[in-house]
Design a binder for this molecule. Structure first.
Ligand code: SF4
Length: 134
């Protein structure tokens, strides 16, 4: 059976159809081509979302890398505080441009689709793919 859901890996939160088995375990995912925003788009991370979700290597709690290289459970609040402290130290020492943030693929949230022709320069409204965005 397929259930409509959304991918929670990044902030794009692409709508996805998830195939689940009799026990309700996700086994496959595909984009929702009838969704007016995503038009079926989902990326390779979303494709493997069911495998990540059911992996026995999946982290179920926040983890901190210790000096010996091993991971140790840490509360989310403490993890956020420690990351914030380290980012503040970097910004203080090197300036705010020393820090960048990755917020996800955001593919279909861009004003128009990024594709090879977009990277070469916007072809303008005469391009059928781009007409709705101009
Ligand atoms: S862009 Fe990829 S990772 Fe992000 S929500 Fe969509 S399918 Fe998931």
């Amino acid at each position: 059976m397929e259930k409509l859901s959304l991918c929670r890996i990044c902030s794009a939160q692409c709508p996805i159809w998830v195939e689940v088995d009799e026990a309700g375990v996700p086994t496959a995912a595909r984009g929702d081509r009838f969704n007016p925003h995503s038009e079926g788009f989902f990326c390779c991370k979303g494709k493997y979302y069911p495998a990540m979700h059911t992996s026995d290597r999946r982290f179920l709690h926040s983890q901190k890398r210790m000096p010996d290289g091993k991971l140790s459970p840490i509360s989310s609040g403490q993890a956020i505080r420690e990351v914030a402290d380290r980012l503040q130290a970097i910004i203080y020492r090197y300036g705010r441009r020393a820090v960048a943030v990755y917020t996800g693929t955001l593919f279909y949230q861009l004003p128009h689709r990024l594709s090879s022709h977009c990277l070469d320069g916007c072809p303008g409204p005469e391009n059928a793919l781009c007409q709705r965005y101009h």
